[in-house]
Design a protein around this ligand. Sequence first.
Ligand code: NAD
Ligand code: LMR
Length: 330
Amino acid sequence: MSNAPVKVAVTGAAGQICYNLLFRIASGALLGPDQPVELRLLEITPALKALEGVVMELDDSAFPLLSGVQIGDDANTVFDGVNLALLIGARPRSKGMERADLLEANGAIFTTQGRALNDHAAADIKVLVTGNPANTNALIAMSNAPDIPRQRFNALTRLDHNRAKAQLAAKVGATVSDITHMTIWGNHSATQYPDLFHALVRGQNAADLVNDQEWLESTFLPTVQQRGAAIIEARGASSAASAANATIDHMHDWVLGTPENDWVSMSVPSDGSYGVPEGLISSFPCTVSGGEYSIVQGLEINDFSRAKIDASTAELAEEREAVRSLGLIS
Ligand code: NAD
Ligand code: LMR
């Protein structure tokens, strides 16, 4: 093996998402079967002992691609020279909480981590935020890292994208691999808008194929929008393995590229495309080539979709105001 290891920072490393995620990164699911990785794991001090146990299990898995593991509770040390950062560590919501309740509890984590990435990460750093409220936490990290290009900060809406594909596949009797061009617009929250008007099922327009506006509005949208809450209700804990899987999917595609003739949903800083206010970290259809994403341009947005996208981006703008008034961004 001749490739130098890629340094991957992961926060919240003793938590439930990471108990799945770390083993998949080390097995090659993130960067492929020929790319060694070094893990840099950040936790809060009281969780370091539990994290030591996770590291024992990583050791005991004898992953050929895992060239090293470092753990710590100081972001400045753990983020030193990292190429990729998966920011997962944050308090998950429990039954009855909405994401907005998490803004204050979790927002402060991302000021410190944004600054630490700014000062210590490698020049090619890519940052993906999974910890909720993911879009606004990414905005906080980005705003506290003025020397890192803004487009290096993404948030996770790939889980919503995957959920939407699964629901559509079940409705039309297809497999998820028959479905392309799915899009989640807006926020990773109950206002997100999963768009069937551009999705294709074996090349056929999904909205035309379904031909059931009642199902789209009363079943499909709320099922995808509320899926996180449904899992919390059923499991008594928030989604973990599927969140880890989506985190891998997003970063894998951001580094290695999206398939030809398809796109994926990525929450990225808006450049004003589709009327989304510039600077908000909002979900868009994106393609990736050479490690750089582009927002797919030129899609026609009907009135129904316009209203849904506007509602979700209005929520993102409100979250931005809320964290500004908390002093987390300027
Ligand atoms: P968890 O409570 O099991 O683990 C979170 C871990 O983060 C804990 O071990 C905690 O000690 C650690 N942590 C807290 N503050 C930290 C800090 N400042 N630095 C480093 N680590 C810190 O939670 P989980 O189930 O793994 O979920 C993690 C986050 O991911 C939650 O915010 C959850 O809501 C979110 N989530 C997002 C999506 C998505 O699609 N975007 C999906 C599922 C979960
Ligand atoms: C999810 O979508 O499963 C997570 O964001 C957890 C949550 O709070 O909904």
